[in-house]
Design a protein around this ligand. Structure first.
Ligand code: ADP
Ligand code: MG
Ligand code: MG
Length: 244
């Protein structure tokens, strides 16, 4: 699904990614761990095309397409989803209406008509049941006064509704209490299927107690310095990163 080769990226002339190689297949969950400042968020931003990083070398191929030639919204339309680290508040736009607009934008990009009210409702019912999301949540204003847990729930609900091929979840330091961890991990586990893939970025080993990754990578100083199975995450929890 995703093949990254020798990816180098910089911002304002500062080299951040220094030769990333990564291959994610359909049906897989990959976790990227590593010390703060190693380049994890940069990698996710470069994959989704967010922010002004210059890719100076290497390639990112997604389902046979060169992502580096596509604008961020085109990448989203190809089926790449990324959670927002700091979700914006949009007063007056409900969770549900925001999602309908997002779904329709995606359908339009593929030459499809808007989703019908009936079909949308069915989908909302199905996904909210799966993720145990209460109906009143869906009529709330997007992110307005959301707790950390509610933001996570909204993010996972977006993922469920948009059915991306590849989901990138950058679980940064902020606001990840146990509830939020559970919401993210239950959501990922329930939405995982043989045709999609998930890339979870975290420096919390705890998250990987709930999400069982197929592959764990350690990203440090712009490079993936080690890859392994979930046991690697346990080892990192005990020993830290310095032994690598
Ligand atoms: P991580 O997510 O692993 O903590 P980041 O990708 O956020 O790492 O950051 C990697 C390095 O790139 C850090 O040294 C950070 O300061 C730098 N960096 C990231 N984004 C920017 C930016 N927009 N402007 C300047 N430096 C940045
Ligand atoms: Mg960081
Ligand atoms: Mg980060």
């Amino acid at each position: 699904m995703l093949t990254i080769k020798n990816l180098h990226a910089e911002i304002d002339g500062k080299k951040i990614l220094k030769g990333i190689n990564l291959e994610i297949k359909k049906g897989e969950v990959h976790a990227i761990m590593g010390p703060n400042g190693g380049g994890k968020s940069t990698l996710s931003n470069v994959i989704t095309g967010r922010e002004d990083y210059q890719v100076t070398e290497g390639s990112i191929i997604f389902e046979g397409k060169d992502l580096l030639n596509l604008a961020p919204e085109e990448r989203a339309n190809e089926g790449i989803f990324m959670s927002f680290q700091y979700p914006v508040e949009i007063p007056g736009v409900s969770v549900s209406n925001f999602l309908k607009a997002a779904i329709n934008a995606n359908r339009m990009a593929h030459g499809l008509e808007d989703i019908s009210a009936k079909e949308f409702l069915q989908k909302v019912n199905e996904k909210s049941k799966l993720l145990e999301i209460k109906k009143d949540f869906l009529s709330r204003s997007l992110n307005e006064g959301f707790s950390g847990g509610e933001k996570k729930r909204n993010e996972i609900f977006q993922m469920a509704m948009l059915e991306p091929k590849l989901s990138i979840l950058d679980e940064t330091d902020s606001g990840l209490d146990i509830d939020a961890l559970r919401i993210v991990s239950n959501g990922v586990n329930k939405l995982k299927n043989p045709n999609n893939a998930v890339l979870v970025i975290t420096h919390y080993q705890r998250l990987l107690d709930y999400i069982i990754p197929d592959v764990v990578h350690v990203l440090r100083d712009g490079k993936i310095i080690k890859s392994g199975t979930k046991e690697l995450a346990l080892e990192l929890e005990q020993k830290g990163y310095d032994w690598l």
